[in-house]
Design a protein around this ligand. Structure first.
Ligand code: MG
Length: 405
């Protein structure tokens, strides 16, 4: 049988390291942030973060039975070991891959600290000194996640003026790229299930896009997310109507499972179409990339399989001259891991920041300055991740009923 346990014996003494413990902490931000620490007998602790959602800390806990004692410097082998050990119980996709992604981030932090280099160096070196960030912006109270599920505001929160005002505020903060949600409660008229968008609802979306574009001008990059809501024909009608506004992208206008439908929408319009955040591992993105079923590929490194797996996806996209812009709703820990990735891949464009409303976001790390300055994050030069978690702040915001580390 194929066995990803450690079969090597040759290792310099200073790199003969073992994992001694793995711990989790769920921090309640605007999303539930699944933080993971990996302790070692080298006196080094690494930190990572897996995408939000129930069950992930339990899976991380489960991996301790085969990861403790392993050498954390074998990042790629240990990722495969997690998939293999759990392949009979969901290991090839879904939450197991999400948990493995957060563990993989922490392993890179350990490796960087042990080897005394930043993570980006281990990923092949850097293309850029700072990584451009796009702000996920909401009009009024639109689209909140409450207790882990989606809460919509009243319809009058979603006026074109509210979108334009929110856009102006975020551009004033220095961001050069923004994304809004374009799925609205009034899409559900006359039917909440069939995905068809009426002419009136499409025109309302066009009015929103026009109001934002007029407010911020042509030089700020602008994207809209539809959260997998529409029938193929409605998605095509919407994307075509939005062509005059030169969007950075239109994201997930149709549900994510059907690649043929995805290709049909993408090829029907000059509006760039983005998708990828629902997919796991390189296998679920390769066909879409090779068949040009997407224009901008947007996997989430904290759920798709970690930094190295996202780099493999980026390599395939680069072959097709396609940019990659990671989806991201993590704390500063996961975000900084993705900054190293953004530094290390040539076809990186922008990284998502989805925590404008969390005023203690920067308290969660120990660096004195805010991570984001004028819409960019500087790529750290210190070993590993380049920031540490402030555990006291993490504990203050620990999810009720759970233990933090
Ligand atoms: Mg999205």
């Amino acid at each position: 049988m194929r066995d990803y346990a450690n079969h090597t014996t040759n290792r310099a003494p200073d790199r003969d390291v073992a994992i001694t413990d793995i711990k989790t902490c769920v921090v309640e931000g605007n999303f539930e942030w699944n933080l993971i620490t990996i302790e070692t007998d080298a006196g080094v602790t690494g930190i990572g973060e897996a995408y939000r959602g129930g069950g992930v800390p339990e899976i991380v806990e489960y991996t301790k039975r085969f990861l403790i004692g392993e050498n954390p410097l074998d990042v790629e082998r240990l990722f495969r070991r997690i998939i293999q050990e759990m392949s009979g119980h969901g290991g090839t996709t879904g939450k197991v891959v999400t948990a493995a992604s957060g563990i993989e981030f922490a392993l890179w932090d350990v490796a960087g600290k042990v080897l005394d280099v930043p993570i980006y160096q281990l990923l092949g070196g850097k293309f850029r000194d700072e990584v451009r960030i796009y702000a996920d912006v909401h009009a009024g109270e639109a689209y909140q996640v409450e207790d882990g599920f989606t809460e919509y505001a009243d319809e009058d929160a979603y006026t074109p003026e509210a979108y334009a005002d929110a856009a102006a505020q975020v551009v004033d903060m220095g961001f050069t790229a923004l994304k809004f949600d374009l799925d609205l409660p009034m899409d559900n008229d006359p039917d909440p299930y069939n995905g068809r968008v009426s002419n009136a609802a499409i025109q309302y979306k066009v009015d929103i896009v026009e109001a934002v574009r007029e407010e911020i001008g042509d030089d700020v990059d602008l994207a809209f997310d539809c959260h997998w809501d529409y029938a193929t024909e409605s998605a095509k009608r919407l994307a075509t109507k939005l062509e005059p506004y030169d969007l950075m992208w239109l994201e997930d206008p149709i549900p994510p499972e059907n690649m043929r439908a995805q290709k049909e929408v993408t090829r029907s319009t000059s509006t760039p179409i983005a998708t990828g955040e629902n997919r796991f591992r390189v296998h679920e993105l390769s066909e879409l990339i090779y068949d040009h079923g997407v224009d901008i590929v947007t996997p989430d490194p904290s759920t798709v399989g970690g930094l190295a797996e996202t780099k493999r996806i980026a390599d395939r996209a680069e072959e097709q001259y396609m940019p990659l812009s990671p989806h991201n709703v993590t704390s500063p820990i996961g975000t900084m891991a993705m900054v190293h990735l953004g530094a290390a891949i040539p076809n990186f464009d922008v990284l998502e920041f989805h925590a404008l409303e969390v005023d203690w976001w920067d308290d969660l790390h120990t660096r004195d300055e805010p991570l984001i300055e004028d819409g960019y994050i500087e790529v750290p030069e210190t070993p590993g991740l380049g920031i540490e978690l402030d555990e006291s702040v993490a504990r203050e915001h620990c999810l009720e009923g759970t233990d933090c580390f």
